[in-house]
Design a protein around this ligand. Sequence first.
Ligand code: FEO
Ligand code: CA
Ligand code: CA
Ligand code: CA
Length: 549
Amino acid sequence: MKNLEDLINIKLSRRKVLKTVAVAIISTSIPFNLRAGHNALDSEPKIILNNNSDLFFKPIPPSDKDELILPEGFKYDIIRMWGDMINDEEIYGINNDFVAYFPINGSSEDGLLVVNHEYPSPLLSGNYTDEDWVNKKIKTNEQILKERKSVGISVFRVKKNEDGWKFINDGNFNKRYDANSEIILTGKASSSSEIKNSSLARGTVANCSGGVTPWNTYLSGEENFQDYAGENYYRWDDNGEKFIEEHYGWVVEVNPFDKNSKAKKRTSLGRFRHENVCIALTDDNRVVAYMGDDKVNECVYKFISKNKFESVMDGFNSDLLDEGNLYVADFESGKWHLLDYETQSVLKNNFNSQADVLVNCDKASKMVGGTECNRPEDIEINPIDRNVYIAFTNNSSKKDYFGSIVCIKEKGNNYESLEFEWDVLITGGEESGISSPDNLTFDNKGNLWALTDISTGSLNKGRQEPFKNNSVFMIPTEGKNKGKAFRFATGPIECEVCGGSFTPDGTTMFLSIQHPGENSPSLENLTSHWPNGGNDIPRSAVVAITGFK
Ligand code: FEO
Ligand code: CA
Ligand code: CA
Ligand code: CA
């Protein structure tokens, strides 16, 4: 069985043959869009700065400065940063990632922002250093409690006036879900022995990207949940109660408009390193959730609900994500394979129940033919061509250092189809100018926006040197610029740029700047001071970018 990197290379070499034939026939030179840079270390950096006079912004060059830089004519307002309050009692979390804007009464100037906080910073919240890890120094209960309160999800109101976007301290909405909140486990694995017979989890962690439902709720993917248990990095069970690993790695649903509601972990969507959720509706209004497992050589999934979405349904009570079928993508045959214990004999022979399959999706997926992929990150649907776009960030085990973005076309353009075709929109590398796409979002003209996450340890050196700091790119999906990456923003030192969410009128983009100064060894030796400058600690922040027409 071929992995995704083999299949991408087959597609690209076919494309090269076709273009060589075309060149021979029309005797003109056509630039190849081949996966570049497997030999990037051997060549001089020659990064392309794509530019085009008919774009609505002038693309900017790469930067290694400790600044958020935007093209001329655009500006940003910082709405909340690590350490700000979210209401009278609770603090805005650290390491903000996915951000979604929920309009109030359809407004593009008044709404709720919901933001994920991916992981704690022991240094910035509790002055617990890497040296302390090396010396196996135990964290205090106070340090662990601070870390628990720094992660999860923030909900708060924002408004735009003539000065720009502002945070609003609105007691009707503003709320935190953190690693201490009581969260309900729903769906097929709830209360099963595989999750310790529990229907309640303590908190949510590792909230990376996510999605928005047609019934106006927020979905959050619990990604690197493995970092908290036992001897793993954060070691939250050293002092307090045990960290129950099976209670994490799920999709969490939050209703931002009902402050009194509890969040729910939807176990029927499977447990893995959930990057995101992208929701679509089938032709008969059933709900489809596209999801990626962001781990080297793991898979892409989709869930199709049993019941139909009806617009009269009351948001959170719909529970549509609890009943349905889960499938895994096979890119070799272009098929979605069912992960069902009752009907798949290979699953019946290797697992105890459907709950067991759901808790261990990574093992079950390959048994039914799922393709090993190059770390699937965000997935988004193009509002114009209706196709499904997936960012594969990189996979060093297959020598894919720069990633790619792939487009899936479901058969008949119906999201319930179990057959699909796919192609490569862009491959990362010096020739395309982009490396390690992670978050994706579409504007309402069908332009894809790709936000990069070159890992902090690789930034600005070796084969990643030409790309400099992590950046935001606009990639047209149609026309003469199709598949070209135009740099729109560059972030401060050692940050990842995350989120990317437009208001309905397309005039504002919300962006998260995550982990500036991530490799700072101590509070006395900080590598970034963004955004406050001076001697301040680096602070993750969510910003509103305006200037879009
Ligand atoms: Fe948290 Fe896969 O990025
Ligand atoms: Ca991500
Ligand atoms: Ca997205
Ligand atoms: Ca990431």
